[in-house]
Design a protein around this ligand. Structure first.
Ligand code: OMP
Length: 220
């Protein structure tokens, strides 16, 4: 994944025209467009092909099944031109390995953003271990919990290759740009507070400015 603006749009709308309009409008500000079930279940997988002509698409399908089913899912994701996929790691190394066969970027959820996701801290170190050992592209870590994000960054940094940390939770879920970047996020995943704002382009510019300011004050 190429990172420039370090901003990823979580495009969780359910109308195709709106999705394409937002993607076109925000394309200059985005490294990646992330799609999830609400959009794909409303419009069909062809939306992935259409959006991929605008910006690279990351399919957030939180894949969490037996190895054979994981492999079949990732083959479909790849066939529609996505650049990557988000998967769960609690299913273990065999399931995870099965998602890594098509040359897609694979991001593993290390911990989640929402209140009540208390199971994750008990397993996140193991999940990072499994993912790092297999050589995934990176991890998803919560902007709403900067101390956990920072731990996940540190754990992933202790490995032989650098892992990319993508961080959702800024804006609608209460996470702050500066705290997430300072804790080690390499890019932010932002949905509602961006696409529902009155002026999404101005919001995108503001987010990028905040990301850049926080990055320049981040210790390496
Ligand atoms: P907003 O809360 O609208 O900014 O959207 C956040 C996006 O990130 C949604 O598409 C979520 O599905 C996704 N997400 C989380 O919010 N929390 C997580 O722990 C993981 C994800 C994700 O994997 O992207």
């Amino acid at each position: 994944m190429e990172l420039n603006t370090r901003l990823i749009l979580a495009l969780d709308v359910t109308i195709e025209e709106e999705a394409l309009r937002l993607a076109e409008m925000l394309a200059p500000y985005l490294d990646v467009i992330k799609v999830n079930y609400p959009l794909v279940l409303s419009t069909g997988m062809q939306i992935v092909e259409k959006l991929s002509r605008i910006r690279p698409v990351l399919c957030d399908f939180k894949v969490a099944d037996i190895p054979n089913t994981n492999r079949l899912i990732v083959e479909r994701v790849s066939a529609f031109g996505a650049m990557g996929v988000i998967v769960h790691g609690f299913t273990g190394p065999e399931s995870l390995k099965a998602t890594m066969r098509r040359g897609l970027d694979v991001f593993v959820v290390a911990e989640m953003t929402h209140p009540g996701s208390d199971f994750f801290p008990r397993v996140s170190e193991d999940i990072v271990d499994i993912g790092a050992h297999l050589g995934v592209t990176g991890f998803i870590a919560p902007a709403t919990k900067p101390e956990r994000l920072s731990l996940i960054k540190r754990l992933s940094k202790e490995r032989s290759k650098p892992f990319t940390i993508l961080s959702p939770g800024v804006g609608a879920q209460g996470g702050k740009v500066a705290a997430a970047i300072e804790a080690g996020a390499d890019a932010l995943i932002v949905g509602r507070s961006l696409y529902e704002s009155e002026d999404p382009e101005a919001t995108a510019r503001d987010l990028i400015e905040q990301i850049q300011a926080a990055e320049s004050s981040r210790p390496e």
